[in-house]
Write a protein that binds this ligand. Sequence first.
Ligand SMILES: Nc1nc2c(ncn2[C@@H]2O[C@H](COP(=O)(O)OP(=O)(O)OP(=O)(O)O)[C@@H](O)[C@H]2O)c(=O)[nH]1
Ligand SMILES: [Mg+2]
Ligand SMILES: [Zn+2]
Length: 315
Amino acid sequence: MRGIVTLVTGSWHDIRIEDGSTLPCRIAGKLRMDDIRTTNPVGVGDEVEVQYETGDDTRGVISEVLPRRNYIVRQSPRRKHDLHLLASNVDQAVLVTTIIQPTLKMGFIDRFILMTEPHNIPVIIVINKYDLFGEEEKEMFGGLQYMYEDIGYQVLGVSALTGEGMETLKDLLKDKVTLVAGQSGVGKSTLVNAIQPGLGLKTDEISDYSGKGQHTTTFAQMFPLDMGGYIIDTPGIKMLSFNNLEPMDVAHNFKEFFKASVGCRFPNCLHRNEPGCAVKSAVEEGSISLMRYEHYLQIIGEIEDQNYWERHKDL
Ligand SMILES: Nc1nc2c(ncn2[C@@H]2O[C@H](COP(=O)(O)OP(=O)(O)OP(=O)(O)O)[C@@H](O)[C@H]2O)c(=O)[nH]1
Ligand SMILES: [Mg+2]
Ligand SMILES: [Zn+2]
């Protein structure tokens, strides 16, 4: 029979089967699947073929992962040569951030959308804890909204606590499979609880004055929504690196850079010191954000350093 993976904890996988019930399954010795190599062969959102264990209809075995419509992978935080599968078959991702508590790390937004962009997964940037905003934060929110909507990402200000902005967000989630991700402590689980009452997901109850999140959620988990669709709550992401990309992939996946790059003199322009670079001119005249440009330079610099040490392992 067919099912969807809703939770992976070690070698056990919760599979939601056709009747809506959950069957705990392990992976068969020989698993049929596509060829992308990830540390976890099966992830939340995967569609799988399962059979009951012989003589036991409370447990099952996954024999096949059906071809994926898409997937989100990240460089493994532990081993930089490994890719970790975050989720498969999603319609969109909600990137949850805050401006305060915890303080926004600007580069994180750009890194996150660089992770989803190669797979053409639309991202909604949700800025949570709007109830805490004073004048300064509201102004900053306005600036972010203007900047990212100009590039093509919707930006919403919400409060999972007071419900402000939540109706707009809910409308966007109806009948869709949505991955909810972001740094720890930004309120992902609180948001998911507000969107689908009754889940009772654990949230960080103790107010944390350091402003750093504690990693309350430890496994990605998918839940059906009463209004239709599914939502996936995930553990906080500490940082994102891009060992799996080449600098040119980065250039292609900063959307507005790619658009502007038709005007660059060289087709393989990396928009650094090349003469006749249209992206650099756009940054200088202010139509491309200097901050995004700096994040871009930082990311390609990291990839190049990495590549350098790979090629000179014997040094
Ligand atoms: N003031 C305010 N606090 C909020 C809001 N949303 C969440 N919080 C608080 O932020 C803290 C962290 O919330 P969580 O939902 O646990 O955060 P998380 O993103 O799931 O964190 P991890 O599971 O560690 O990744 C909790 O104390 C929440 O009560 C909000 O809209 N306003
Ligand atoms: Mg959480
Ligand atoms: Zn250029």
